[in-house]
Write a protein that binds this ligand. Structure first.
Ligand code: SME
Length: 166
């Protein structure tokens, strides 16, 4: 599927994810600060898919309350600050440690509507070097069924790099 975004990125979605993965890895190389890494990924992802990515950001595992996610760097309208594990799509992905694709958020039990314009969503876990869950990447769209397997593969690859590369 062709996507309208930055001219220098490939039009094909899988190729665009591959280019983004390399771009994000290059920018964060040598940066030890985790917030800087999340912020870089949120910015480059949102900017690469402006038509589909309405809200793009991270909910990180709260060090003081490990069964709760707290909002991290994001691009988009106001997000809720905290999400307990098991609640909403983000909390479900955190609890299951797996990507969750939701074509219609209104049909997802317990979905948390931070912005009523969101209609579909994909949430991908981020693990640290030890395999512990560190965060989830949440991408919301105003379109229904905006995300597919290509997004899942692309976002999982990018999230897989975030905390595991120097
Ligand atoms: N929709 C999410 C909550 C986070 S925001 O939409 C930014 C969920 O159900 O987990």
């Amino acid at each position: 599927m062709a996507e309208a975004a930055r001219a220098e990125l490939p039009a094909n979605k899988a190729e665009r994810y591959a280019a983004l993965r390399a771009e994000i890895a290059a920018v964060i190389a040598g940066e030890p600060n985790v917030t800087a890494r999340y912020a870089t990924a949120a910015s480059l992802l949102a900017d690469a898919f402006p038509d589909r990515f309405f809200w793009t950001g991270f909910y990180v595992v709260d060090a003081n309350k490990p069964s709760e996610l707290v909002v991290g760097p994001y691009q988009g309208t106001l997000g809720c600050l905290r999400i307990p594990f098991g609640k909403g799509v983000c909390g479900a992905a955190a609890a299951q440690r797996e990507t969750i694709l939701v074509p219609d958020v209104h049909a997802f039990p317990g979905h948390i509507a931070c912005d009523s314009r969101s209609n579909s969503e994909i949430v991908t876990p981020v693990f640290d070097r030890t395999g512990a869950l560190a965060a989830v990447l949440d991408v919301d769209s105003t379109q229904f069924a905006a995300f597919d397997e290509v997004d899942k593969i692309g976002l999982e690859a990018i999230c897989g790099d975030l905390l595991t590369r120097d």
